[in-house]
Design a protein around this ligand. Structure first.
Ligand code: UD1
Ligand code: CA
Length: 491
């Protein structure tokens, strides 16, 4: 079951959290007891992000590809943080400055370690040796390309360490085990992990596989990691060898089972698209659960951080990019695209509207078809119902923006601001050449190119005087086809 992180009083984020079981009134909730136990333990999360990601065929590092509007790495860092990873270490490859930068944007105090040569997962973990040497109680090793991981899965792995295991491995039974390490068990006990390349024909028949995530007891971690050798098919230092080594040392290793989605790794664009489909299903289910009305949820695309108030309606085919908040009773009509925008209570957006970053719509604002809003505050009750561009602007409360209005914010060199006062009326097809200020209650005649400020309650008209030539059109029709000279053109 899914629940929501309350964010502000009414608005809820779609970030997914497990629903805490409610105990009988007065009884101590076992989940609370468990989280108290975890809070008393120190935890280091090591995120491996040194992979080259060549199969993505992209100049962008693999872990920075977006899923649900945020980088893969951010999903993993968020899960690690929520699972109590107070200390975060990210292992990056050479030339991965962008990965380090993104890490610091999300977790400012994260430690970055560089793995200069790719010599295997255990070698990558050891790049974070200075952090491991502090002997935190629990160490979580997570792959940065496994973004659908639930934080409660990580919490279960930590609990296994708290209960006395030296190594906890996350196992799953994929539809196709090809390529995964196999979990060798005996009498329910985890004996070893064998990588496919090193496995015997018999071992390859095992369906229970290594999801790749591991938890280690901090007190044993360094001892285990430093004993790992590279005598295998790839001559790599395999983290998975920690299991057999722990057993040899008389320590306990256990496997925890999870579903395939939890450990779904991303190596290709096709896998990225599959993971997106899984995430979108989760986000839509969470939105519906929170009371959002969607007629065709499968056509609505959400971001991991999309926030909705109460009684919001979303028509089919709407895309929410990152950073969108929609307040109570707002309606987002079909074919609209929103990104970095705030939609106030009772506002109506679309159909076919585009809200770009910095679009701030107040209560009961109407933004209609083919209207684009960027970096603009549209105050309560203002309307721009058809075909307009409002960028770098303020539109005062109750103002009316006619069809075809353009704020000419860019002079080819710099952006300028347009300020439209409360209750102003901008006639259709007007160009407001910024910087320019239209006073409260002012009126701009249709088709005007406004380059000077308009005082409050004034009328501004800027267009050629209209000429009337009586009977001209009729004469034109009469001379057509006769070969005679046309009537003189007006003006
Ligand atoms: C690994 C596991 C395998 C498991 C599978 C699950 C090992 C030895 N094998 O295999 O049992 O079934 O994950 O997906 O752990 N990385 C580095 N530096 C390195 C090597 C890897 O940072 O030198 C990072 C990669 O970026 C990636 C992760 O570690 O995020 C896993 O590495 P990868 O090479 O994909 O391991 P698999 O062969 O898939
Ligand atoms: Ca892999």
């Amino acid at each position: 079951m899914l629940a929501f992180i309350a964010c502000g009083e009414r608005v809820k984020t779609l970030a997914l959290l497990p629903c805490r079981p409610r105990g009988p009134r007065g009884a101590v909730n076992p989940a609370t007891l468990e989280s108290n136990r975890m809070r008393q333990r120190t935890c280091l999360a090591i995120v491996l992000a040194a992979g080259e990601g060549t199969r993505m065929r992209s100049a962008l590092p693999k872990v920075l590809h977006p899923l649900g509007g945020r980088p893969l790495l951010e999903h993993v860092l968020t899960a690690a943080k929520l699972a109590g990873g107070a200390e975060i270490a990210v292992v990056v490859g050479p030339d991965h400055a962008a990965v380090a930068e993104t890490t610091h944007r999300i977790v400012p105090d994260a430690q970055i370690f560089e793995q200069r040569e790719r010599r295997g997962t255990a070698h990558a973990v050891l790049a974070a040796k200075p952090a491991i040497a502090h002997k935190p109680d629990d160490i979580l090793v997570v792959f940065a390309d496994t973004p659908l991981l639930h934080q409660e899965t990580l919490a279960r792995m930590r609990a296994a360490i708290a209960d006395g295991a030296a190594v906890a491995v996350l196992g799953f039974t994929p539809a196709d085990p090809t390529g995964y390490g196999r979990l060798v068990t005996r009498g329910g006990e985890l004996i070893a992990i064998v990588e496919e390349r090193d496995a015997t024909a018999e071992e390859r028949k095992i369906g229970f596989c290594n999801g790749g995530l591991m938890a280690l007891a901090g007190e044993h971690a360094l001892g285990l990691l430093e004993r790992i050798g590279n005598a295998n098919a790839k001559s790599e230092y395999y983290l998975t060898d920690a299991v057999a080594i722990a057993r040899d040392m008389g320590l306990k290793a256990i496997a925890i089972e999870t579903g395939e989605d939890d450990v779904r790794g991303i190596n290709t664009k096709a896998q990225l698209a599959e993971a997106e489909a899984v995430l979108q299903e989760r986000l839509r289910a969470a939105a519906l659960e929170a009371g959002v009305t969607m007629i065709a949820p499968h056509t609505v695309f959400l971001s991991a951080d999309t926030k909705f108030g109460k009684d919001v309606t979303i028509e089919p085919n709407v895309v929410f990019g990152p950073g969108v908040t929609v307040e109570d009773n707002a309606v987002i009509r079909s074919f609209s695209h929103l990104e970095g925008a705030h939609v106030g209570k009772g506002a109506r957006v679309g159909p076919y509207a585009r809200l770009r970053p910095g679009a701030e719509l107040g209560a009961d604002v109407h933004i209609g078809n083919f209207v684009e809003v960027k970096a603009a505050q549209i105050e309560a009750g203002a309307k721009a119902n058809h075909l307009a561009y409002i960028g770098d602007a303020r539109v005062g409360a109750g103002a009316n923006i006619g069809a075809g209005t353009i704020t000419c914010n860019f002079d080819g060199n710099a952006k300028h601001h347009t300020d439209i006062g409360a209750g102003a009326f901008i006639g259709s097809n007007s160009s407001l050449v910024a910087p320019v200020k239209i006073g409260d209650g002012a009126y701009v005649g249709s088709g005007s190119v406004v380059t000077k400020d308009v005082p409050a309650d004034a009328l501004a008209v800027e267009r050629g005087a209209q000429t009337i030539k009586e009977g001209w059109a009729k004469r034109l029709r009469q001379v057509k086809g006769t070969g005679k000279k046309k009537p003189a053109k007006p003006g």
